[in-house]
Design a protein around this ligand. Structure first.
Ligand code: SAM
Length: 277
């Protein structure tokens, strides 16, 4: 296993601080420093930016980010048991790590740092999608972040990168690919984690498109929710609840009222958002 710094191995850190993993906090720790370094390298270069990490836990990925040269890491952790272990890392890396105790859902990372931000995280599975949607659907674009390098359950990763050709295509794929280039970088076997989760995980990267098609965001959220909420139904049925003249609006968007959500590409949904806004 790689020796990336002179801090104790993560298993020792976990034992010393009694960090037995809690399911309620989505705690599946990544202890292999080869893998955490691989994630950090894929997020790089890190020298000129602030990295925001959600859920550092015992600090495996945090250490890799710092060892890879991150100018500054700001880590938000909900579990106060992890704070002493993270303090050791902060001391070792000369204060380049700032730890915030709290719920990441309550923070806008844009308020935490000036200048370019990259978000890198092995996300807790129970709030990962919600956090991603928050970072994707802000009014301001280009966003405050220059890249997202995030670990999800593989099935969520497949939904993020999906287009109409994929059986995983849905609301998440539309919202992500409208504004970002998305890519699954690599998969991780459950055995890479302690404790192992039930499913394979994927590291996904999202890079903001410079000029995504202009679109009313809240209307896009509404039409994708309604259309994929009843994905097997024709649009004229699934969008009926949004407007009495839904069928006319679908035609105005250049689509067939008999199409189903999974046949409509991102540009089609943007046209629908305009027609229903
Ligand atoms: N980064 C570590 C690693 O890779 O081994 C831990 C990843 S673990 C999958 C998810 C981490 O997120 C845990 O440390 C957990 O306590 C933390 N967490 C869970 N919910 C959170 C929330 N709402 N806000 C901030 N951290 C949270």
């Amino acid at each position: 296993m790689a020796q990336i710094d002179s801090l104790p191995p993560l298993r020792e850190v976990i034992a010393e601080h009694g960090l037995d993993a809690r399911k309620s906090l989505g705690q599946n720790f990544l202890l292999d420093l080869n893998l955490t370094s691989r994630i950090a390298r894929n997020a790089g270069p890190l020298e000129d930016c602030t990295v925001v990490e959600v859920g550092p836990g015992p600090g495996g990925l945090t250490r890799a980010l710092l060892a890879e040269g991150a100018k500054k890491v700001i880590a938000i952790e909900k579990d106060s048991r992890c704070l002493p272990a993270l303090k050791q890392i902060s001391d070792h890396y000369d204060g380049r790590l700032e730890v915030i105790e709290g719920d990441a859902l309550k923070f806008n990372p844009a308020d935490l740092a000036d200048g370019p931000i990259k978000i890198v995280a092995n996300l807790p599975y129970n709030v990962g999608t919600q956090l991603l949607l928050g970072w994707l659907t802000m009014e301001e674009w280009p966003p405050f972040w220059s890249s997202l390098t995030l670990m999800f359950q593989k099935e969520v990763g497949e939904r993020i990168v999906a287009d109409t050709a994929s059986k995983h295509y849905g609301r998440l794929g539309v919202l992500a690919n409208w504004r970002c280039h998305t890519e699954i970088l690599f998969d991780l076997n459950p055995k890479a984690f302690t404790p192992p989760p039930k499913v394979t995980s994927s590291v996904v990267q999202l890079l903001p498109r410079e000029k995504p098609l202009d679109c009313p965001i809240r209307a896009l959220e509404k039409v994708t929710a309604a259309a994929f909420g009843q994905r097997r139904k024709m649009l004229r049925q699934s969008l009926k609840s949004l407007a009495p003249d839904a069928e006319d609006r679908i035609v105005a968007a250049g689509l067939k009222p008999t199409s189903r959500a999974e046949e409509v590409d991102v540009a089609g949904f943007i046209a629908l958002a305009h027609a229903f806004s």
